[in-house]
Design a protein around this ligand. Structure first.
Ligand code: NAI
Length: 307
């Protein structure tokens, strides 16, 4: 097929690939020629339990039955040793790492008043620290070889807000910050880092989504977007994409053009700011900035123009 996206010779790690979304990514990457490390700790939905090898083993079997190449890994992403273990599995089995999908996830929903430290920490540990634990050793290999594709998994829960998910939302948006820096640090080495915010039926959403919607939102719908972000053909770095059912869109952080208040010699009063509030908040003409430096340059330009 012309323009077919292939992964021959590529080595991918997909964390939390024993079920749900991660499983669909692992199966498709393997079907398109990648050698896949299928990581899954196999714990409960809230991350409790001592783990199980069955979810990862089942996906590896599925891949091999279809003629693909895969190896199982049962490490916990929430430990430094776990992250290093996954990369070691990839390097020992297949010699390198080209692709990392940080996908493993748990939920511990609580309203703020009941958000005890253990629920906060467990969710931050798997989603945020977990992504760091695996990315650090994978990035080392990618930088050395001058190639890499990394996908972070955020959530509209954090990007827009959702009751009872302050721990999860905080961790998921923190991954956008993680991406924003890695896209800069990886650019010179052809390491592209993007983020998916998926919406799909899985163990995590079975009691969240209405049953009829749950039937429809198959995780396979998210898969093509993520697989493209994992490919050599991926044209972007530092972007966030939302995928839900048959719809795909980009999400971006926009900055309003704002307004200079006073001539810059006098510090404005609170009332001076209030008087210009509409202009401060006006998003007409808002822009995206690819990095902090670009925002700073734009602001410096505006300051000089107003001086
Ligand atoms: P899922 O529960 O079906 O799959 C997550 C997998 O991660 C499980 O197999 C689990 O065993 C594994 N896992 C959990 N903790 C782990 C750890 N410490 N180390 C290694 N593996 C671990 O859930 P789903 O929906 O497929 O979630 C995948 C990712 O997508 C998660 O990061 C989730 O937060 C995110 N997401 C999912 C949404 C959805 O609508 N399903 C919405 C937004 C984000």
């Amino acid at each position: 097929m012309a323009n077919e996206i292939r992964f021959d010779g590529r080595v991918a790690i997909v964390t939390g690939a024993g079920a749900g979304l991660g499983r669909t990514y692992a199966l498709e990457l393997a079907r398109r020629g990648a050698k896949v490390v299928v990581n899954d700790y196999g714990g409960a939905r809230d991350g409790s339990g001592t783990g199980s090898s069955s979810p990862a083993d089942a996906v590896v079997k599925d891949i091999k039955d279809k003629g693909g190449e895969a190896v199982a890994n049962y490490d916990n992403v929430a430990t430094v040793e776990g992250g290093e273990g996954m990369v070691k599995t990839a390097v020992d089995a297949y010699g390198t790492v080209d692709i990392l999908v940080n996908n493993a996830g748990i939920l511990r929903d609580k309203g703020m008043l009941k958000m005890e430290p253990e629920n906060w920490q467990a969710v931050i540990a798997v989603h945020l620290k977990g992504a760091y634990d695996v990315t650090k050793p994978a990035f080392t290999v990618m930088r050395e070889k001058g190639y890499g594709r990394i996908v972070m998994t955020s959530s509209s829960s954090g990007l827009y807000g959702n009751f009872g998910q302050s721990n999860y939302g905080a961790a998921k948006v923190a991954l956008v910050g993680f991406m924003n820096t890695l896209k800069l640090e990886g650019a010179k080495y052809n390491i592209k880092v993007n983020t998916v915010a998926p919406s799909a039926a899985s163990r995590l959403t079975e009691d969240v989504l209405p049953p009829d919607l749950f039937q429809q939102l198959k995780p396979e719908f998210v898969m093509p977007l993520v697989v493209y972000l994992c490919s050599e053909e991926c044209p972007v770095s530092g972007n966030i994409y939302h995928a839900m059912f048959n719809s795909y869109n980009r999400i971006a952080l926009m900055t309003s053009s704002g307004i200079a208040i006073t001539d810059g010699k006098k510090v404005p009063t609170v009332e001076d700011v209030v008087a210009k509030w509409d202009k401060v908040a006006d998003m007409a003409g808002a822009k995206e900035y690819p990095a902090l430096n670009d925002l700073t340059m734009a602001m410096m330009g505006a300051i000089q123009a107003n001086a």
